[in-house]
Write a protein that binds this ligand. Sequence first.
Ligand code: ADP
Ligand code: MG
Length: 681
Amino acid sequence: MPDLYSEVRFMKGVGEARAKKLAGLGIVTVYDLLSHFPRQYEDRTQLVPLAQLPEKTPVCFRAMVTAVPRASYGRSYQTITRVPVTDGHERITLTFFHRKGVAEQLLPGKIYIFYGALTERDGLRSVINPDFEPEEAPGQVTRRIVPVYPLAAGLSNTMLSRLIGQALAQYSAQLPETLPAALRAQRQLLPVQEAYRIIHNPPDFDRLAEAQRRLTFEELFVFSAGLSLMKSRRQTETAAAFSNLDIAPFTAALPFALTGAQQRAIDDILRDLARPVPMNRLVQGDVGSGKTMVAAAAAYCAAKNGWQTAFMAPTEILAEQHAQSLARLLEPLGVRVALLTGGMKAAAARQTRALIAQGMADLVIGTHALLSAGTEFARLGLVIADEQHRFGVGQRAALTEKGQFPHVLVMSATPIPRTLALILYGDLDVSVIDELPPGRQTIDTFLVGERMRQRVNAFIRRQVAEGHQVYIVCPAVEESETDDLKAAEVWAQTLQQAVFPDLRVALLHGKMKPVDKEAVMRRFAAGESDILGATTVIEVGVDVPNATLIVIENAERFGLSQLHQLRGRVGRGSAKSRCILFSSHSSAQTQERLKAFCATNDGFRIAEEDLRLRGPGDFFGSRQSGLPAFHSVNLAQNLDVMEQARQAADAYVSQPDSGPEWETLNHRIRTLFDSSTGTFN
Ligand code: ADP
Ligand code: MG
């Protein structure tokens, strides 16, 4: 007798082929299938009179077929069936392509409920390929809330719905309750089985919200408790306590005075480093707030105490940039700086490795491969991760698991609102650099429409004529890999050949190999191209001071925080810098959002605004957060549940319950960050 944990291929109606497709969605067991939550819902509960059908928005409507459907053959022999219908006031035509059976299913004089979108083509108002069922049939495809599932090729929504329905009927009674009754009562959360039934088949939106709340709560609770546990485990480990905390020679060597915020972050760090417990600190600071100097101070301190620092940058170019500037600053102070990257010649890399192993390099700068590539350190005392998104919770856990307990400093330019930070970085202490160095220029930002195109192009030319460089960013089309690639190439070709034939245009594309991306970036940084067209988010932290303009196409497709990251690519030199957002067909609300963005340069305020407008989904979804995918969190658009889950997790961790009812939960929390489960990587 198969159970909840049996593989789906043993279910009725699932063969080997279908099981393979399901596996592509991460669905192996029946439990996985049940945990495959809808990504959105279609509201098919309201019936709209024909006279009020909105354009291009699918809705349900009730209508009678007035004549026998007529089939004809269109281009390439496709069957076109036209069906006239009325609701007594208004008449419209339904058009079915390639649906031969329709003529037999839709009988004249009978009333049906349809679901589809009205489009107007050649003066003809028509609904194309609507779903339908007879009025007297129970609402299956109409008059209900229809879940829309994440799909894969060869799997239709209808088919997935049917399979999930079947699994619910047979197996949902076996779903184990993770949350003990006391906790559920206290937080007013639905039992797990009910939540699963509702999430797949919501009777109404209120019940749906309750189910989502329950599932999100559980996921965030486990995650949060897991992080706290990791944190408290680390507290019991020992690390080197640094006794020499005098960084005066370092500050004296700087060409500028530290800002108050930098000073405070450094004080936090020095206090941590003086304790015999590993530091786990996140330094959050907007682009350009001077995080590198904070890291340098920590590395300086480590070196003076006889410990090595591993400094990891997200890309090789950034590693090279950091190595250059830090060597210039720190070598005169007696700190030996080494660069170790994959691009180095084998002999040079070998030699550098030997120096590191002998303890003859104090500060080693590289990419995130630095730790995993098996580099041996003589005395590793401090690990610094610049731009934390590649150093997510999985890597933090891995470090702990290896039985290594260096001090860890994570730096992030992604301003994450406090509510979220508490969950995402629950295992870290946080210092915020909320102040930019004095005299920093603000980047003027403009929102424009298509009719400004010529003027913007002329402006781009002028920037280049003045010896500057320009980024043009276009969001990727997310259809298929090949389409995406082709669209990007066509776009770059147009830019180069039709728009700027006289300028040097380079292309950075999301599907490029990292080495190729680096090569393009390096050439741009060296001034060998005038325009960098990018269909991918340009790496955080890339520093090309000569770039003074960034043009962003279809700006409405980006979140505000993402736009802010992009804008941070310019304004890095002394020349006046600007950001131009193109957005043509967007709603008044979107326009307002973009205008708000134009009006401020403050990353934290923008992040708060993003959170208010778009909910936390974006933060969780973005790879910047360094987070694994959650099942249900992107369904939750409310912050209260996060806050509640975190509080409950805190209470739980400080006083764990161990009764039998808590066993499932305890187990999940304890094993959450075990690499053996492979969940978080
Ligand atoms: P980010 O926080 O984005 O990593 P960086 O560390 O790259 O910022 O610093 C941006 C620029 O600001 C660098 O050129 C750096 O030398 C300069 N800088 C850092 N701190 C100060 C300061 N206190 N006063 C003036 N300039 C500073
Ligand atoms: Mg930086």
